[in-house]
Each structure stands twice: as structure tokens, then as C-alpha cells.
Design a protein around this ligand. Structure first.
Ligand code: CO
Length: 149
């Protein structure tokens, strides 16, 4: 199965401030702010062409990303993400190899409606690893996801 680096994700305390820094200091174009209510986060992406930077701000304190920000009030590197062809197939393969895949076993989706999964940091050199399906089509596209204009 081929893999690419989809994105590196950074948790920030103030998404608007982070967007301004990306734009004004680093000269990078950034997409619109999106909300993933199921994951409890607001997000914006910088597309570098060969990979993206995901900026994430928690919407609620009592969520995984909210607790991460409480531990790292200035923000911090949160996870990296492989793009794969088939998330369920890849997670099955990794589970067979003894890796721990997070969650309740139900499918999860990103703001683009693509299936995602997370591998426990203990099984990936201490870093949280996300798997994201490349070009998944319109499935579950609007499930719990709202776009800010
Ligand atoms: Co991500």
C-alpha cells in the first residue's frame, strides 16, 4: 500500500493568530477555517504542495485536543498523518502486527469526509500517527462538520 505524508498537525491556542503568523511571517496561503464538531476542533490548512500543515484549536476543554492544549498552553506538535488508499485495510494490517489503533472501532472522518484512524504513540516512536484515506469521495461528507465562511 502506498503512503504519502498528508499533514503535520499543530495545536494552537488561537487559530486566528496562528493563521496571521502563517500568512504574515511565513508568507503562506491558508485555507478557510473549518469545524469538526465530532472531534471538537476548529482547523485550517496550509498546503505546501507535497504535504499540509494542519492548525488545530480545541472547541471544548474536555476533549483530547483540549487536554493537549491544557498541557501545552503555548501549543505544540500534535500528530503526523499518512495518506493511504484504504484506511480500514491499513488499520487491519497494523492491528494484525500488534499495533494499537485508537477509538471505539467505529469509522471516524476528517473535515473533508475522508475516513481516518489513529495509532497509539507507543507504537509509533512516541508520536501520534493518523491515517487518512486519499480521495475518499463524498461519504459522510457533512456528518458533524460545519464550514465557517
Ligand atoms: Co490530522
Amino acid at each position: 500500500m502506498s503512503k504519502n505524508l498528508s499533514h503535520v498537525s499543530i495545536v494552537v491556542p488561537d487559530l486566528e493568530a496562528a493563521i496571521a503568523t502563517m500568512r504574515d511571517v511565513h508568507g503562506l496561503a491558508i485555507g478557510p477555517i473549518k469545524e469538526n464538531l465530532k472531534q471538537g476542533v476548529r482547523l485550517a490548512y496550509v498546503d505546501l504542495g507535497n504535504g499540509k500543515i494542519e492548525l488545530m484549536q480545541p472547541l471544548i476543554a474536555e476533549s483530547p485536543v483540549g487536554r493537549f492544549l491544557a498541557k501545552h498552553p503555548g501549543g505544540g506538535l500534535h500528530h503526523l498523518c499518512f495518506g493511504v488508499d484504504d484506511v480500514p485495510a491499513e488499520t487491519d494490517t497494523l492491528k494484525q502486527k500488534g499495533l494499537r489503533v485508537l477509538g471505539d472501532g467505529k469509522p471516524a472522518y476528517n473535515v473533508h469526509g475522508e475516513p481516518i484512524a489513529f495509532v497509539h504513540p507507543t507504537d509509533f516512536f512516541g508520536a501520534l500517527l493518523e491515517l487518512e484515506q486519499n480521495s475518499a469521495g463524498p461519504t459522510e461528507k457533512t456528518l458533524g462538520i460545519r464550514h465557517e465562511s
